[in-house]
Design a binder for this molecule. Structure first.
Ligand code: NAD
Length: 358
């Protein structure tokens, strides 16, 4: 049986990374009917929007997508297509495994962490009031009237909301993931000592959900302490679950622990739909140069194969990637001892080497 999978090539370095990744996935022998759908700035002229309805329709039909990075223009034009996709499809869980592969240049070797980030609320919900606007001044008055204290009149305001339901489903997701992947411990990350009604709620719900999973250890850490702990002894941690903003920051921190964005995969997952994509962006300055590292998108595709139930092919593909990185020969510039190493190969040559190792 062939699986239908939506492929969004992305822009910048996206198309070359997607093509390299698609070739490796096909070479595993798993049969996939790729529905190629373009999104982003390049399709605006044709469809009037960077996220055409046909892209959403395809993903709703296939339930699984592999996505290259998409550029978000700064300060003009449309809002992030990446964020819009997560919201439209209610992809509430952002899953970012951070595992060290031998041969990657990194300060740490013993890291195998999974960051589970809540994707739908927190300050990312976009409920904001601009400094000086009448409605902002009214809100500042209302907050004072309701006993919330007096804010300076020249404040801008971003609202942080954390709900019981969203907290429960993301913490459950983390425990279910831990159980399904033989993980031993879930750590909830928060700042409940300061934000009692948002992070405090998150922690209370997490503690409640943890009681349903007696086979998985549970602990919590205050986010600032968590950052220090991760830098000093990342090997003590396993699955980390947290609200949106901390997840954004800690996933980059954890990517840094394993050698950077070139090797950090990810997925955005809802109850029915999953979109697999690297943590990194479209690196526009390298577009069309057959230069950047395809590992992050390829490891995202490994997660996709696991999600489809193709565990053997996933393991084979991950092993082939790990072997090529460990050999250090047919790898991109960022995996060489120095970035100007003349023996570095291009994106598609690294894919060829991985295919030869399958
Ligand atoms: P970026 O991740 O695109 O690039 C930052 C730097 O990281 C690059 O210059 C490069 O040195 C390195 N890098 C990234 N990917 C690499 C790879 N595969 N191999 C080797 N090196 C790699 O981040 P940015 O420059 O901040 O963002 C560029 C654009 O991407 C922006 O428009 C941003 O909005 C968008 N973006 C999209 C996504 C997404 O599609 N989910 C995520 C992040 C950023």
């Amino acid at each position: 049986m062939a699986y239908a999978v939506t492929l969004i090539p992305g822009d910048g370095v996206g198309p070359e990374l997607s093509e390299a990744t698609r070739r490796v996935v096909d070479a595993t022998g798993v049969k996939i009917n790729w529905e190629v759908e373009n999104a982003g700035a390049d399709v605006v002229a044709q469809y009037g929007t960077p996220l055409p309805q046909r892209v959403l329709d395809s993903i709703r039909r296939t339930k699984v997508a592999l996505k290259g990075p998409l550029t978000t223009p700064v300060g003009r034009g449309f809002r992030s297509v990446n964020v819009a996709l997560r919201q439209e499809l209610d992809l509430y869980a952002c899953l970012r495994p951070c595992k060290y592969y031998r041969g990657v240049r990194s300060r740490y070797e013993n890291v195998d962490l999974v960051v589970v980030r809540e994707n739908t609320e927190d300050v990312y919900a976009g409920i904001e009031f601009q400094e000086g606007k009448p409605e902002t001044l009214e809100l500042i008055d209302d907050i004072a009237r309701l006993g919330g204290g007096k804010m300076p009149a020249d404040s801008g305001i971003s609202i942080k909301g954390i709900s019981t339901n969203a907290s429960r489903r993301i913490v459950r997701f983390a425990f279910e993931y831990a159980r399904a992947h033989g993980r031993k411990k879930v750590t909830a990350v928060h700042k409940a000592n300061i934000m009692k009604f948002t992070d405090g709620l998150f922690l209370a719900v997490a503690t409640e959900v943890a009681a349903e999973y007696p086979d998985i250890a549970f602990e919590d850490r205050i986010v600032d302490n968590m950052c220090m702990q991760l830098v000093q002894k990342p090997e003590l941690y396993d699955v980390l679950v947290m609200p949106n903003l901390y997840g954004d920051i800690l996933s980059d921190l954890c990517a840094g622990l394993i050698g950077g964005l070139g090797v950090a995969p990810g997925a955005n997952i809802g109850d029915e739909i999953a979109v697999f994509e690297a943590t990194h962006g479209s690196a526009p300055k390298y577009a069309g140069q057959n230069k950047v590292n395809p590992t992050a998108l390829m490891l995202s595709a490994v997660m996709m194969l696991n999600h489809l139930g193709e565990r053997e092919a996933a393991a084979r593909m991950e092993r082939a990637i790990a072997e090529v990185i460990a050999e250090g020969k047919d790898v991109t510039y960022d995996l060489k001892p120095t970035p100007d190493d003349p023996t570095a190969v291009g994106t598609s040559q690294m894919a060829d080497a991985i295919i030869a190792h399958l």
